[in-house]
Design a protein around this ligand. Structure first.
Ligand SMILES: [Zn+2]
Length: 123
């Protein structure tokens, strides 16, 4: 049994790499968020690429990357199960607005005085 073709673009198998990085919808999201996937990790697995991304970006960019990954997955599921289609630009706008809303909430109702920083090795 082979991998299913991406039902959004029909240009590739729906692997993690395609869904989150190579699908035209995902590419549009990353471009609008000004986040580049590392190109020097061709032989790395998907998890290693993500770790490289998280290690090479600021905490706020890591937060944006995490939110974008979540939004891409939610957008994919909404498309498949509810027939709702959002463009990459609309998903990127959602990510930016969602993070701004969280920042505004934290401004008015601060929860943490200092961000809690843990490296994945410490978890
Ligand atoms: Zn696709």
């Amino acid at each position: 049994m082979g991998l299913a073709t991406c039902r959004r673009c029909h240009t590739g198998a729906e692997t993690r790499e395609h869904l989150f990085r190579d699908c035209p919808v995902a590419k549009e999201i990353w471009e609008k968020l000004n986040i580049c996937w590392p190109s020097s990790v061709a032989n790395y697995g998907f998890l290693e690429v993500l770790i490289t991304m998280f290690e090479s970006h600021s905490i706020s960019k890591c937060r944006m990357i995490t939110c974008a990954l979540w939004a891409i997955w939610a957008n994919r599921n909404r498309f498949l199960h509810e027939g709702e289609s959002r463009s990459g630009s609309q998903v990127a706008d959602f990510v930016l607005n969602y993070l701004k809303e969280l920042d505004d909430l934290n401004h008015f109702f601060p929860i943490f005085e200092e961000p809690i920083l843990l490296k994945y090795e410490e978890l």
